[in-house]
Ligand binder design. Structure first.
Ligand SMILES: NC(=O)c1ccc[n+]([C@@H]2O[C@H](COP(=O)([O-])OP(=O)(O)OC[C@H]3O[C@@H](n4cnc5c(N)ncnc54)[C@H](OP(=O)(O)O)[C@@H]3O)[C@@H](O)[C@H]2O)c1
Length: 313
């Protein structure tokens, strides 16, 4: 198959490209960074130089036909920096361009597109969210409001054909997770607020294998929660990571200080409480996480990060 991956050099993308190439696909990966083209080639894929916000910059480098498009690009969120109103508005514009242009490309190629999302659900006590739950757009997740509408429209008209993968917090060797690793390495890992809120997790390799399954089964018009089997609180995850890295137990930063330093938009997502079910992905995609719990996945990840094994960093 001819597959175009937008964001193939990111955290999930760096696990996905080799899987797609090994399965015998002809893979095209977009990057804005010329130095990554050679690295993409080394994996066995074709590097396409350009920016998804300006599809004219790369359209001529793509083949005449594509079988599927995968969107994995993420707008430039700087961890540890205060989220201003202006930056939030820019991120919303950026996200809109990513989705609009990927969907327009899918229409022009008459190819389905796999779109990413996050598990923005709110559950209480023993509640478990599935794909039928309403998405809660609070804080920084509000930047996805317009794309929700774009997706609804596309699903109603079946144009373009869409498959949505709704990820828990993705951890693995690269991307934003490297920030958390570096902070922990410096002994500056922290629990934000009380840390007793549940956050779904997924290893980047498992996020990538879900895409492979979606390409294989092509369940157009459907969405799937991609998270591991083990509910974990923010505190559980952070403390376990510190233990694995032989660091002292991370302290807590009170919620009001997190809000003061990082802004209300970050604070709102940090304290979101959510447990999810991955039953639909298992049943329909035949996808099962290689790391059913963050405990197994983190062990592998910390080792990989120590050895700095990532194609793109
Ligand atoms: N990480 C999470 O916890 C999480 C949770 C839920 C959903 N998601 C979604 O899952 C997807 C994958 O996440 P990730 O963590 O793998 O992302 P990531 O590591 O931050 O990857 C960023 C990727 O986006 C590309 N990119 C950014 N701006 C671009 C632009 N204007 N044009 C072309 N490419 C651009 C980068 O390519 P170059 O720098 O090479 O150009 C890079 O490949 C994203 O869509 C994200 O929103 C992530």
């Amino acid at each position: 198959m001819k597959i175009f991956v937008i964001g193939g050099t990111g955290l999930v993308g760096s696990y996905l490209l080799p899987l797609l190439v090994d399965n015998g696909n002809e893979v095209y990966a977009l990057t804005r960074n010329e130095s990554k083209i050679e690295k993409i080639k080394r994996i066995g894929a074709h590097g396409i130089l350009g920016d998804i916000r300006n599809p004219r910059s790369f359209k001529d480098s793509l083949p005449q036909n594509l079988d599927i498009i995968v969107l994995l690009a993420m707008p430039g969120v700087k961890p540890g920096h205060r989220m201003t109103r202006k930056r939030k508005a820019e991120l919303r514009e950026e996200t809109n361009d990513f989705f609009r242009n990927s969907m327009d490309l899918a229409i022009s190629y008459n190819a389905p597109v796999i779109l990413p999302g996050g598990t923005s659900y709110h559950t209480e006590k023993d509640e478990i969210a599935d794909e039928t739950w309403p998405v809660l757009r609070v804080g920084l997740t509000e930047i996805g409001r317009d794309t929700d509408e774009m997706i609804d429209r596309a699903i109603k008209t079946n144009n373009p054909k869409i498959i949505q993968l709704i990820y828990g917090k993705i951890y693995g060797n690269g991307g934003l997770f490297r920030f958390m690793y570096n902070m922990m390495e410096k002994g500056r890992g922290k629990i934000l607020g009380k840390g007793d809120n549940y956050v779904p997790n997924i290893h980047a390799g498992d996020a990538a294998s879900a895409i492979v399954k979606a390409i294989d089964k092509m369940p157009v018009g459907e969405k799937f929660i991609i998270a591991d089997d083990t509910p974990a609180t923010q505190k559980d995850f952070t403390i376990f990571m510190a233990e694995l890295m032989n660091k002292k137990r991370p302290g807590k930063i009170p919620g009001f200080i997190v809000k003061l330093i990082l802004g209300k938009d970050f604070y709102e997502i940090i304290r979101m409480n959510c447990k999810v079910s991955n039953e639909k992905a298992k049943r329909i995609l035949g996808w099962y996480p290689n790391y059913p719990s963050y405990k197994e996945g983190l062990k592998e990840t910390i080792q990989e990060m120590k050895e700095n094994k990532n194609y793109f960093s």
